[in-house]
Write a protein that binds this ligand. Structure first.
Ligand SMILES: CC(C)(COP(=O)(O)OP(=O)(O)OC[C@H]1O[C@@H](n2cnc3c(N)ncnc32)[C@H](O)[C@@H]1OP(=O)(O)O)[C@@H](O)C(=O)NCCC(=O)NCCS
Ligand SMILES: CC(=O)OP(=O)(O)O
Length: 327
């Protein structure tokens, strides 16, 4: 079954609320209206309410049945509760006065709605940078026990037969250590399972099984060992080049006997330059649909759109985020 049909089946009827801090952006409004009309979830749009309504009307959308919240006119008592919870969570890193100002920002406000359980997840980043979008989640939602770093994965899918892979980290960790890379690999295998991908994890490099020598290659080889120890239940191998991971004949030649070579479904990039460039090449030249980044390992789901996203990308990432909230 199509991934999104299967995910819709899981989230339908559960009244899952997803907050969109960029409520005045037409691509967000269009997706939110569709998500509500299709009875998939309950979108909450943030922003000046008159502006949201004006933008919606100018783009032919009716937001009459959506929840609209302006952080600047949020009821005083509710805002005071939010400020107190933020100060408590930041434990000495923000004063009450700082919190009063910070929480008028849509990404902080939306993240606090998630933290306080008012909504199940957040989707933002269509006009904000990744830092602006995810920093509140890193500070407030934080990672699950046993996970030290969150990372950003993309579901990459293409064609009628839904060729589907997971790519990571394409969004967050600029130069992860071997230990961090190993954790990213394990988190990626878990994310893959959630989205019906049987994880065969390739730890990518410009070298296959020692064909090149360098500290960068050593890092990936070490990360592979750590990941295999951390999660022996998953099939993880490396270091492997992309062709050895993807093309069966090349995999058999370069890495004979590897349980991943030539059949990888989860591609773990060694650092963010290659991860972010790699997913965009597959998307723009390879015509893969890139759904994400899906933040892995957070206590509650927050997703960061690419600024190049269209309405359909927003619609799909909201469904993914809602599905993550059921984990
Ligand atoms: C994600 C990013 C913004 C975080 O940077 P930052 O906010 O400067 O990070 P800091 O080191 O100041 O840490 C801020 C907080 O987040 C936490 N944090 C930082 N990175 C984290 C990670 N990967 N996972 C979990 N927590 C993290 C820190 O522990 C800190 O928490 P604290 O304030 O409670 O102590 C930064 O790593 C980055 O810019 N990454 C690249 C993003 C990007 O441009 N991607 C390409 C487009 S998608
Ligand atoms: C994921 C990503 O690359 O985001 P952006 O295109 O907004 O930088």
């Amino acid at each position: 079954m199509d991934l999104f049909e299967s995910l819709k089946g899981k989230i339908n009827g559960k009244n899952i609320k997803i907050v969109f801090p960029e409520g005045v952006e037409p691509r967000i409004i269009g997706a939110a209206v569709r998500l509500k009309a299709d009875q998939i979830l309950d979108p909450v749009l943030l922003g000046p309410i008159d502006r949201i309504k004006d933008v919606a009307a100018n783009n032919g959308f009716n937001v009459g049945n959506l929840t609209l919240i302006d952080p600047n006119t949020y009821p005083e008592a509710d805002f005071a509760t939010m400020v107190a919870a933020f100060v408590e969570r930041r434990k000495g890193k923000a004063t009450e006065e700082q919190a009063q100002a910070i929480l008028r920002d849509g990404n902080y406000f939306g993240t606090m709605l998630v933290y306080l359980g008012e909504v199940e997840g957040m989707v933002s980043g269509i006009v904000h940078s990744t830092g602006e979008t995810v920093r509140p989640a890193l500070q407030i939602i934080k990672t699950k026990p046993g996970v030290s770093r969150t990372s950003g994965a993309f579901i990459m899918q293409r064609g009628r037969d839904q060729e589907r892979y997971l790519f990571s980290d394409c969004a967050i960790n600029i130069d992860p250590s071997a230990q961090e890379l190993a954790e990213i690999a394990v988190q990626s295998a878990k994310t893959a399972e959630l989205f019906d991908i049987d994880p065969k994890v390739s730890m990518l490099s410009f070298s296959t099984k020692g064909s090149a020598k360098s500290p960068q290659v050593d890092k990936v080889a070490e990360a592979t060992k750590i990941a295999q120890e951390l999660a022996p239940e998953y099939v993880i191998d490396g270091e492997l080049q992309f062709d050895a991971s993807y093309v069966p004949s090349v995999g058999a030649q370069k890495a004979p006997g590897s349980p991943v070579a030539g059949q990888a479904t989860v591609y773990v990039f060694p650092e963010l330059q290659s991860g972010n460039i790699g997913y965009k090449i597959a998307q723009r030249l390879g015509h893969f649909e890139a759904i994400g980044p899906i933040l892995q390992g957070l206590n509650k789901p927050v997703s960061d759109l690419s600024r190049g996203a269209n309405e359909e990308d927003v619609y799909k990432l909201a469904i993914i985020t809602a599905a993550q909230s059921l984990q």
